[in-house]
Design a protein. Structure first.
Length: 273
């Protein structure tokens, strides 16, 4: 009996000794594990397919008889559609006054706006509609963004457990790069959402300058302005000739001198004959 008790105590001491060695073994094992800067396992990719993302853009160029009235009508239309002008440019060159307007309108109102413009205040010279499907890009950027967010969370957890300065700095650098990528992708998604939600329409309205007050046909206005341009070109040419009068006088004198020499030579030839 005593022998059995002695053997049991000895066994217990061995087991206790083994238990006291466990922390040291774990510490050695921790030192042999990969550094905290090792790449975390890739998070699962969630393949979510959003609704179709279609960007609509259009361009309309038209002639109008009264540019101011046409602009007012367009202002009213944009206000009703709850759109806005992204850019507005007015130019007056030669015999034309022109408004170039970049308009943002709700996606759902794009087609109806085009119909109104086609029946609107002027004659359509050019019309174009372009559709761009960005669904694939939107899905790809969304998946990459979610992956980056998952990686960012894992690296933040790793940073909490890091002890060595070099490990902390390495993880912080990875977090910085991830945050920049996340900002970039969030900005891209925001831009695509804006382009899809509000279509871009470029409208160019052109008015031919004329002294007539009535609503003459556009062709007659062009004829009148062509006649004015012809007169203006004549006076421009005349002014140009006046500006170079020394050269004209010199050339005239040269021609006269040359003719005088030729006449003299002919006269001598006849005299000798």
């Amino acid at each position: 009996m005593v022998c059995l008790m002695a053997m049991a105590c000895k066994q217990n001491r061995v087991e206790l000794k083994g238990d006291t060695n466990m922390p040291m073994a774990s510490s050695e094992q921790m030192e042999m594990e990969p550094p905290l800067t090792a790449e975390p396992p890739a998070p699962p990719i969630v393949a979510e397919v959003p609704e179709n993302k279609i960007i609509k853009t259009g361009e309309v160029r038209m002639e109008v008889l009264n540019l101011e009235d046409a602009k007012k009508k367009l202002d009213t239309l944009i206000k009703v559609l709850k759109g806005y002008y992204e850019n507005e440019t007015y130019t007056s060159e030669g015999n034309q006054n022109t408004f170039r307007l970049i308009i943002r309108i709700p996606h759902a109102k794009f087609d109806s706006t085009m119909l109104v413009l086609e029946k609107g205040p002027g004659r359509i010279l050019f019309s174009n509609i372009n559709l761009s499907d960005v669904t694939e890009e939107y899905t790809d950027v969304t998946i990459r963004l979610k992956n980056h967010l998952a990686y960012l969370e894992q690296y933040r957890n790793i940073l909490k457990k890091a002890n060595r300065i070099e490990d902390i700095m390495a993880v912080q650098e990875k977090i910085r790069v991830l945050e920049e990528e996340i900002d970039s992708k969030e900005g891209r998604l925001k831009y695509l959402d804006d382009q899809v939600a509000y279509s871009t329409l470029t409208v160019e309205m052109m008015e031919w300058k004329t002294t007539h007050n009535g609503e003459e046909p556009v062709f007659l206005i062009k004829v009148v302005n062509a006649f004015k341009e012809g007169i203006q070109m004549f006076f421009d040419m005349l002014l140009w000739l006046i500006g170079i009068w020394p050269i004209v006088v010199a050339m005239a004198l040269l021609i006269i001198f040359r003719k005088a020499i030729l006449v003299r030579i002919r006269f001598k030839s006849r005299t000798k004959a």
